[in-house]
Design a protein around this ligand. Sequence first.
Ligand code: ISE
Length: 319
Amino acid sequence: MSLGVGVIGCGAMGQIHLRSLLARPADVRVVGVYDPHLDRIGAAGLSTEVAVFPDSRALIRHSEVDLIVIASPASLHASDVVASLEAGKLVYCEKPLVTSMDDHHRIRALEAHHGRAMVWVGFMRRFDPLFQALKADLDRGAIGAISHGILSHRNPSVPPSFTDADYMLETFIHEFDALRWLVGVEIETISVGGEHRTARGLTDPQFVTLTTSGGQRVVIDGHITNGYGYDIRCELVGERGSRSLVDYVDRVGISAAPQATWATRFEAAYRSAIEAWIDDVLSQKHTGVTSHDAERALAVALSGIEAQKTGRTAPVRTS
Ligand code: ISE
């Protein structure tokens, strides 16, 4: 069975997903793409068999399109996710799935209407071999009960338009999801510190403290204009020791050293995430990141924005 796929957004992320999809010709046919910037579509180097659509709705509605990949800017996700679900099509959407709780409620209602989970979300850390090796150790109780964690999210640069809110919605949201998944807890409160303002008004670095339903305290440092590289770290501490991503580098064969961009650091993870999605669709399962997971991570991010503004610890809302 060949699945017809439409891809919305052909920037760096969309092109990575296109390459993964095109690498599975036995299962997948990329029917068409949409991006308002035609030069990006040109850069994707697609064959003439892939149609270029004038708008996302026409692509979503096309009869040969069974599945939709959304890799457009976050503010555009909600309307295309909703249109896809209304058309009964399954979706793989980049993070953040949407940026408001109202949009999450609409997605939840549509999935309930169809009686199944129809959305897979691109939190790629869950597919990274280093994160997976860490999780396997935690799951087998290698360090016992976890008391705290120290995580880092550092980028060489972010686009000029990047705001403090984006810091939560686009950047730290990865850690919020990763922590829930790694430790199997919910995040209950968030506080945010950081005084230094960059020339264009972004507070950077920022320091987040989370408390969890498991009684853990987790600190994340973000520094997203560091100039030196994409540097992702994660250490969890338990009653019998600690484990960090770097502990698995030799075994897994993936470097944890700073890299030029997120695209190179998580290349294998992005590919695995799309592969797992196609496998799920073919076997009518959902083993990936659900809209519920995305909703929980967004709830933390929204509370984080509140904490940035008030300077106080913010509770994470549960619905
Ligand atoms: C970007 O959208 C990503 O997903 C990267 O992983 C993250 O490091 C970056 O801060 C985001 O802007």
